[in-house]
Design a protein around this ligand. Structure first.
Ligand SMILES: [Zn+2]
Length: 73
């Protein structure tokens, strides 16, 4: 598997990323009381959480998600 996560620029607004088992990422966006998260490997995602809670959800999902990242193109 090609690992480009270290060098790829992050999408605008992304403040943190959690790497999933399958190599997708769960992107955390926003901040403060309106922090959201979105998985790039499956439809999982939500918004408007407190920042610490959003990070917890994102990390928890990253540990279990096996959805493959959608090819860029
Ligand atoms: Zn997922």
């Amino acid at each position: 598997m090609q690992n480009t996560h270290a060098t790829e620029p992050w999408p605008e607004g992304v403040i943190a990323r959690y790497l999933t088992l399958a190599g997708a990422t769960v992107d955390v966006t926003g901040g403060g009381d309106s922090t959201g998260y979105r998985c790039t490997g499956c439809p999982y995602g939500s918004g408007q959480w407190r920042e610490d809670i959003a990070h917890g959800h994102a990390q928890g999902h990253a540990e279990t998600c096996r959805g493959l990242p959608r090819p860029t193109q």
